[in-house]
Design a protein. Structure first.
Length: 101
């Protein structure tokens, strides 16, 4: 049995959010940013392995909630890729990132 593995790509906005959050957590506690980034990586890997497993949040955009941090990874499925649209904090206005893209 052959499995199709989709390429994962971050938008510039999503990548900037990821890096900003990592820096914030490192300021809170040294090494916490690295754990945050690892949690995002694990979520993205889960998405890559089962992209349709996660619920649609809005307009075909799906969401994967992180396990240890108050963040959600929002993504869209393309024909041959998964596009990470946002690494969104739960403390911000819902779907703030839609206007920011």
């Amino acid at each position: 049995m052959k499995f199709l593995v989709l390429k994962v790509r971050f938008t510039e906005f999503a990548f900037a959010e990821l890096e900003d959050a990592k820096e914030y957590y490192d300021l809170e506690q040294p090494g916490l940013g690295k754990r945050f980034k690892q949690d995002v990586k694990e979520a993205v890997n889960r998405v890559a392995n089962s992209p349709t497993l996660y619920p649609v949040a809005r307009d075909g955009v799906r969401k994967c909630i992180l396990h240890r941090f108050p963040y959600t990874v929002f993504y869209a499925l393309g024909e041959n890729e998964i596009l990470i649209l946002a690494v969104a904090s739960h403390y911000r206005e819902p779907f703030y990132w839609v206007e920011s893209k």
